[in-house]
Design a protein around this ligand. Structure first.
Ligand SMILES: Nc1nc2c([nH]c(=O)n2[C@H]2C[C@H](O)[C@@H](COP(=O)(O)OP(=O)(O)OP(=O)(O)O)O2)c(=O)[nH]1
Length: 151
């Protein structure tokens, strides 16, 4: 979704982490009683004042999953407007560096097969992020393939 140019709503920046491993993508389910209750999302959260997106993402992932991560490519953000604000969801392709995953804020997590990713009930903004990520994967697979051909 594009931001309406006349919109005077506050834009809330939410970096989130996409972890992909062996054809599976990491997804976490929001708890009952939260906003977007029981929806599936990519872990992450709002940037605090004075923080960069990268700092916020490291902090949020440590708070939510108790793991250290490496942060890679920043993908195209997705926007979701609600009555009071516009959420700007910024996906980063990441890698987990430590284990175990210990959830502190989500109900459960799943490594979902890429082919089955649409079966989960995602938060709305995430649907666009998923498309962006699948496109990115297609592109990066193609690049790897081309590189192989050159060797
Ligand atoms: N972390 C994360 N948040 C998402 C995703 N998709 C999506 O719409 N959101 C929304 C949910 C929240 O409104 C906001 C993230 O804020 P937060 O992680 O601090 O969650 P929160 O429940 O405390 O936020 P709030 O709605 O109560 O303000 O972005 C996603 O994939 N990951």
């Amino acid at each position: 979704m594009a931001i309406p140019p006349e919109s005077s709503k506050k834009i809330v920046v939410v970096p989130c982490a996409i972890f992909e491993k062996d054809g599976h993508v990491f997804s976490a389910q929001r708890k009952e009683g939260m906003s977007l209750a029981l929806k599936w999302e990519f872990p992450g959260g709002k940037v605090d004042e004075g923080e960069t997106e990268i700092e916020a993402l490291h902090r949020e992932i440590m708070e939510e999953l108790s793991v250290e991560i490496e942060i890679g490519v920043r993908l195209e953000p997705a926007y979701k407007e609600d009555p009071n604000r516009i959420i700007c969801l910024v996906p980063y392709v990441c890698r987990m560096l430590t284990s175990p995953i210990v959830l502190t804020e989500h109900q459960q997590y799943k490594w979902v097969r890429l082919e089955e990713v649409h079966k989960l009930d995602w938060a709305e903004a995430d649907l666009e992020v998923i498309e962006t990520f699948l496109h990115y994967l297609g592109v990066s697979k193609l690049r790897r393939h081309k590189t192989k051909l050159k060797c």
